[in-house]
Structures are given as structure tokens and as C-alpha cells.
Design a protein around this ligand. Sequence first.
Ligand code: FMN
Length: 360
Amino acid sequence: MASTIERRKEEHVKLVSESDVEYENVKPGFADVEILPLANRKRLDVSKINIETKLLGKKLRAPIEIEAMTGGYDEGGRINEELAQVAEKFGFAFCLGSQRAMIEQPELAETYMVRRVAPKTLVFGNIGYANLKEYDVKILNEALKKIGADALYIHLNPQQEEFQPEGNRVKLEKAFAEIKRVARGLKYPVAVKETGAGIELEVAKKLVASGVKIINVAGAGGTSWGRVEIVRGNGRGDYEKGVFPTVDCIVSCAQLRKKGVKLIASGGVRNGRDVAKAIALGADLAGLAKPFLHAYNENKLELFCRGIVGGLREEMARVGAKNLNDLQKCKVRISGATAKRLNKKKNGVRMKLDERVELV
Ligand SMILES: Cc1cc2nc3c(=O)[nH]c(=O)nc-3n(C[C@H](O)[C@H](O)[C@H](O)COP(=O)(O)O)c2cc1C
């Protein structure tokens, strides 16, 4: 008999595969971003471009992450295995979906075991912030050890929990103490992500104060979990309210990199050019969830991976950036609705922007 968690995970994958569950009006903002070519640099030969980077001591052959999606039921296990296989082949980071199912039902651990196909890949385990209070670090350490993970992603999804009738409504404010406890006691590095509603600077600063060194903004503009719950027939309310578009999150959180924070951009990243824009704005990596699931469904994973890497290289060639460091020296111009939002004062203060970023 499938448990409630298994059934829900399966339903989520089906809904994202078959229905339109992206934001309708909120855009991630990449269409408003333009990278300006480096001064005095001509267009480069694509083959000369180096897109390697490092995270948590592991080499990545591209600054790309396959975002957390699944595990805990048979098809979820197959999806994890195929995604991890391409992560290994292309040198991407790989994130498993919430491990709650395997903590509650240890026989489901098999559906998260990707090490046999991805021995070198940077692999993140995953757990929801609302469940942290149920688990002491020993349980989390064991869950990570069992699957051979390198680090843990804690996901913040207060909006989704709010929209789910069975949701665990834990106020975000209460989560920071739990995150601090886990970041202190866990044998693995702790990263924090949203699930598509965005982490902006205020929350990011509290995460840093709680001991978190990797923040994945997972902003709004791609998959909307509020909308998923509405399509599931349960949620009601305005899922587009109170969310933070991805570009806004990257631009506001980029200043934390000076404190040694690694910044990951996801939420509505859809192609290699978006990856380039996210990195030019200050992200260390960019991640995608839904597009990888769709490519899996269409049996086109390798083609999709080649496309995204090619798109990133092409954009870097255009602006004369021979590596990711160069890309982060480029000036970036932001226009349209994104520029308007970023220009707005909050409590009388305008957002602090990197000197390379120009709003028009
Ligand atoms: C089918 C599916 C299942 C997901 N499950 C999880 C999860 O278990 N844990 C998590 O942290 N995020 C989960 N997410 C959220 C993604 O990791 C990501 O933050 C979000 O989908 C936004 O990225 P996108 O616009 O590229 O889809 C899931 C996303 C999808 C599409």
C-alpha cells in the first residue's frame, strides 16, 4: 500500500509533467536582463571557453544543478537514477527530492540511491523545514550516510504548506532556530533553498546568521507550488502574491557572497542563456527542475543537457568571457518590470546594487 507521502510525491511529478503549473503573471526576470560584452573583447571561439567550477571541494564541469524533485516511490527512483546519470556525465550537481519518505519508511531508501550511477557527482540530500523539529541530527546524518550524499538541502516552502490541506504550517520565523541546530550538529554541510517562491535578502541574512553557507534562492517565475496545490484541487488563494522573482532574489542576495556565501539561482531558469545571466548577476551556479523532468519524460535528457551547456557557452562567447570569472566581470543591464521593481524604495531605502548592474 502506497503511503500518503508516496502518493503525494507521485501526484506532484504527474502534475508538473502534464499540467501547466508555472506562474501565469510573475516572470523570473531573465528576459529583462542583458549581459554587455567585456570591453575590448571580441567574440570568442566557443571551444575555447571554460565553464568549470567548484562547490564544496568537488569539481563541476558546468555551473549547473539538477534541482530537487523526487524519490520515495518506484518511478521516482527511476527518475533519480536517470537524472543522476546525466549529472555524472555532464559534471552537474544533483539534488534528490525530500527524504522524508525514506526516513518514515526505510524500505524506500532504494529510490534515492544514485551513487552507483553517479560516483563522483556532488549529491545533495533534502528535507523540508517544517519537518526539522521531528528529526534530531542523528536521524538526518543516517539518512544522508545511507545514500552517500555530500550535503543536505533544507527546503523552505511556507506557501506550499499553507496551500496544502494536509500542510504543516510552521512559521518561517520558527525555522531559523531549527536550521541553526541542524547546521551546528550535522556532519554534512547545510544548504537552504526555497521551492519557487524565492528567498530575498532579509531571509537570506537570517539564514547566514543561522550558519548556512549555501543559499539557493529558488525564486518565483517557474514552477509554482501554490499553483500545483490549486491544480491538485486543494489549494485556494492568490499564489502569485508575496513571492519574489528569481532575478530580484539574485540581485539582492549577491552582496552576501562577500561573506563567503555561495549563491545558487533557480526558479524559472529555462536555458543556457538564463544560466549565463544568473551567473553574470552573481550566482555561483544555476539550477533547473521542471525542464529536466520534461526532458526525462520525452526521453531527451542528454540532448537537453547538451543544449543548456551549449547555450551557456554561446552566450559567454558573445560577450567575450573565457571563463566564469570573466562572466562575472561583465556589466549587466536590467530593464522593464524587473528594473522598475528593483528601483522601488523599501522602507525609504533603495536596494544596494552591484556596481556592474545598471537599471534602465
Ligand atoms: C516534480 C517536482 C518535485 C519537487 N520536489 C521537491 C522536493 O522534494 N524538495 C525540494 O526542495 N524542492 C522540490 N521541488 C522544487 C524544485 O527543486 C525547484 O525549486 C522549483 O521547481 C523551481 O524550479 P523550476 O522553475 O526550474 O521548476 C520540486 C519540483 C518539481 C518540479
